[in-house]
Design a protein around this ligand. Sequence first.
Ligand code: CO
Length: 456
Amino acid sequence: MGVKIVETGLRDGHQSLFATRMTTDEVLLTLKELDKVGYHAIEIWGGATFDACLRFLNEDPWERLRKVKKVCKNTKLQMLFRGQNILGYRHYADDVVEKFVQLAIKNGIDIIRIFDALNDIRNLECAVKATKKYGGECQIALSYTTSPVHTVEYYVNLAKQIEALGADSICIKDMAGVLLPETAYELITQLKANTKLPIELHSHCTGGLMEMTYLRAIQAGVDIIDTAISPLSGGTSQPCTESINYALEGTKYDPKLDKDMLNIAASKLAKVKQKYLDNKTLNPKVLTCNPNILKYQVPGGMLSNLISQLTQQGALDRLDEVLAEVPNVRKDLGYPPLVTPLSQMVGTQAVLNVLNGERYKMVPKEINDYLHGKYGASPAPVDEAIRHKIIGDDKVITHRPADDLAPEFKSLKAQYKDVAKTDEDVLSVALFGDVAIKFLKQRIEDSKPTTIKLEA
Ligand code: CO
């Protein structure tokens, strides 16, 4: 049995390289071929795709999923799900989490990859339970990062808890691309020895070492790896599907993917990529490997966000200072892994600290909430002096944050009955508020028949 491959180009690939701007038509363009490649699964939904559909593309993300499902008849569809944050940036009530899982599965998702930015198990429980209840395959991802507390032992311990929680598989989610080859070998060897679950590796080429890490992971017995088809691979994205397939050909790890189908799909997607290069959504900077991320531990998506944030403020020349400030902010906050939403939070705080010339002079609401315990337990204790500077003597919660949230779904459904025609629409509103309402109103406008005035 060879190593299994999950194709991530149509989700993480364009999310990492060009701000998740692929349209539904572009996503559908190669699915007939990709469905015949022989993948374990295709990751197609979740992450930032949902937000980008509504916010930038004027498209219904649910509609995208249904269209994809219609074409993909042989290959499982996978989505990325941020635990209690679902696909948004705050914690949602349990009834919204459950409803989202139920409808994601109903509309075509087979595998739900669930993670929590802080690896706080309590933030995973509701989504895991719902996935099992509605017949989905439940994968729990460990947010991988390096810090004095994030040791191999820490992750093995976490994996045991995840197995007990009822996961079907475990993913090491190395969103920054900082997992070194020998650490991967040791980590996967230890995970295989201490759990019975299949282990998957997800990483990014940002630092330029991921093909080496993947090879060591494979030699250590990893069951599944995430790769992206060539035009959507490399740089801040995943290692290239075709190249990995060639590298393993004829070995006991041979994934046996269909090269002809991959070729056809790749040549079509090369044209899509060219469009985003031409309109400058794809900055060639993110295609070049950047070993500095190994120093600063910054994921690809975060790096391109920082570049665009600083460009907008005419301060791109201060990128190095901001990158140097990121690890300091992390340490102050108890070493949160840099994954959504923490990556944006830490990134914004680092930008503010540098541009204001004084640390924590300005603090976003999300960081304030984090210091109140509203995102869950930090991996290591936060710096109490900094916490005090920002929130004073406010009470810090230690229970599961979503325990404070009353059910939301029914009241949202009643409140927005004029624009939200289906439960899927209600969930779009629940997650993205005004952005979704604007989209839904526009859709109603567009569907009205145009009246033609006949003049006498
Ligand atoms: Co990723």
